[in-house]
Design a protein around this ligand. Structure first.
Ligand SMILES: Nc1nc2c(ncn2[C@@H]2O[C@H](COP(=O)(O)OP(=O)(O)OP(=O)(O)O)[C@@H](O)[C@H]2O)c(=O)[nH]1
Length: 400
C-alpha cells in the first residue's frame, strides 16, 4: 500500500468540474484537429496582436514576459519555435521585427502569460513607449545575447536595460539567454558563459547594484535547450510551484519512479519536476515522447472529417527502452501530461503507480481549482477598476 497522504486519497472528481475548467479557461482545447494544435487558437498561442497602450488594464491578469536584445539576436525565432512549433530552419526566413508584438500564451492555468517581443532597433526607454507601465506588470525580462557575435554592445544594452527596469520594478526576474550556442564548441560555450557572467555582474557591481540577480542559460533553437530555459523562466512565475514539486516528490517516492516531469503538452515546457536533478537527455526523451504521441494521434486518431481530439482523458503511452527503463506518459488535465522514468522492475507494480497517479491527478486538480479562483477574482477586480474609469468623453459608464 502506498504511503500517499490522506489529501491525495480522495475520490476522482466528476465531469462537472472538467466542464467548468473549460469554461473558465475559455480555450477550445485541441478540438480543431492537427492544425489548431500546432497553430494555437484564439488564446492558446495564436492570439498575436500588436501593441495597444490605450488600455493599461488589458494585461493585468497575466504576468508579462519581455523578450529583449539587439537586432538579429534571435528573439522572434525563440518565440516562434517554442510557441508556434516553427521548425528552426524556417527561422532563417523571418523578417526583422519592426513593431512590438504582444502574444497571449494561455495553454493552461499554470502556463498563462503574455510575451512581448521588442524589435532590437527600438529604444525601450523612449518616454513615448510608457515603459514604466510595461515594466510594472512584468514578471520576467529575457535578454537575448547572440553568442556567435561580438557581445560587447549587447552587454552595454543589457546593463542599461536591467538597471533601469530594476528601478521601476525590483521584482522582475532577469533571465539572460546566451543564445545560438549551437555554433560553439563545448569549451567555447563554457568560456563564453563565464565571460558574459563575469562582465555583466562586474558592471552591476561598479554601479553599486550587485543585489540585482541575473540568471544565465546557454540556449539554441536547434536543440531542447531553449525549451528547458523557457521552462525555468515560466516556473518562476508559477506561485504554486513548491506545491507541485512537493506532490511530484511524494508521487515518485511512493511509486518507485526515478524521475517525473509535469509538462504543458502544447509548448513542451515542463512546469514542474521532482527535486532530483534534471538531466538534459532525460528531458529530451520526454519531449520526443510527447511529440510521438501527439503526432500519431493527429495523423491516425482523428476522424475522417478532422474532428476529435489528439489528446484527451484516455491519452497514455508506454515506451520500453533498451536500458531497462520505461517511459510512461499519462494525461493529467487536458493541457498537462505527466511523463515518468521508471525502472522495469518497478514498472511491474504498475497498479500501485496508477493508484498513486490517480491521487496525484486529484491533488493537481485541487491546486488548479485554487489557482482558477485567484485568476477569477483578479479578473473581476480588473473589470471593476476598468468600469470605474471615465469614458473618453467624460460621461459616466453604465453600471455593470
Ligand atoms: N545558429 C542559430 N541561429 C539562430 C538561433 N536562433 C535564431 N537564429 C537565427 O538568427 C537570425 C535572427 O533571428 P530573429 O529571430 O529574426 O532575431 P530577432 O532578435 O527577432 O531580430 P529583430 O527582429 O531584428 O530584433 C535568424 O536567421 C535565425 O535563424 C539559434 O539558436 N542558432
Amino acid at each position: 500500500m502506498s504511503q500517499v497522504p490522506r489529501k491525495l486519497q480522495e475520490e476522482e472528481e466528476g465531469d462537472e468540474e472538467e466542464e467548468e475548467e473549460e469554461e473558465i479557461v475559455g480555450l477550445a482545447g485541441y478540438g480543431d484537429g492537427a492544425e489548431s494544435f500546432s497553430d494555437g487558437d484564439a488564446e492558446s498561442g495564436g492570439d498575436e496582436t500588436f501593441l495597444d497602450f490605450n488600455d493599461p488594464f488589458s494585461t493585468e491578469v497575466k504576468p508579462r514576459i519581455l523578450l529583449m536584445g539587439l537586432r538579429r539576436s534571435g528573439k522572434s525565432s525563440i518565440q516562434k519555435v517554442v510557441f508556434h512549433k516553427m521548425s528552426p530552419n524556417e527561422t532563417l526566413f523571418l523578417e526583422s521585427t519592426n513593431k512590438i508584438c504582444r502574444e497571449d500564451v494561455s495553454n493552461s492555468s499554470f502556463v498563462n502569460f503574455q510575451i512581448w517581443d521588442f524589435p532590437g532597433q527600438i529604444d525601450f526607454f523612449d518616454p513615448t513607449l510608457c515603459y514604466e507601465m510595461i515594466l510594472r506588470g512584468t514578471g520576467a525580462l529575457i535578454f537575448v545575447i547572440d553568442s556567435q557575435d561580438d557581445y560587447m554592445e549587447a552587454l552595454a544594452r543589457l546593463h542599461l536595460t536591467v538597471t533601469r527596469a530594476y528601478k521601476v520594478n525590483p521584482d522582475i526576474n532577469f533571465e539572460i539567454f546566451i543564445h545560438k550556442v549551437d555554433g560553439l564548441s563545448d569549451d567555447h560555450k563554457i568560456e563564453t558563459q563565464r565571460d558574459i557572467h563575469q562582465r555583466a555582474n562586474d558592471d552591476l557591481a561598479d554601479a553599486g547594484l550587485e543585489k540585482i540577480h541575473l540568471s544565465f542559460y546557454l540556449t539554441s533553437i536547434y536543440d531542447h535547450s531553449i525549451f528547458e530555459a523557457f521552462s525555468k523562466v515560466v516556473q518562476k512565475l508559477i506561485p504554486q510551484l513548491p506545491t507541485l514539486e512537493n506532490l511530484l516528490n511524494i508521487f515518485i517516492s511512493n511509486s518507485g519512479i526515478e524521475k517525473a516531469f509535469l509538462f504543458d503538452v502544447v509548448s513542451k515546457i515542463y512546469i514542474a519536476t521532482d527535486s532530483t536533478p534534471v538531466d538534459m537527455q532525460t528531458y529530451e526523451l520526454c519531449c520526443d515522447m510527447i511529440d510521438v504521441v501527439i503526432d500519431i494521434s493527429c495523423i491516425y486518431g482523428l476522424k475522417d472529417d478532422g474532428t476529435g481530439t489528439p489528446y484527451d482523458k484516455e491519452s497514455m503511452a508506454i515506451i520500453k527502452l533498451n536500458n531497462t527503463t520505461v517511459l510512461y506518459l499519462k494525461e493529467v488535465t487536458k493541457f498537462l501530461a505527466l511523463v515518468c522514468f521508471v525502472r522495469e522492475e518497478s514498472f511491474e507494480r504498475k497498479g500501485l503507480i496508477d493508484y498513486n497517479f490517480h491521487c496525484f491527478r486529484k491533488a493537481i486538480q485541487e491546486v488548479f481549482e485554487v489557482r482558477m479562483k485567484v485568476v477569477r477574482s483578479r479578473k473581476h477586480q480588473s473589470h471593476v477598476r476598468k468600469n470605474k474609469r471615465p469614458t473618453p468623453n467624460g460621461t459616466p459608464r453604465m453600471p455593470l
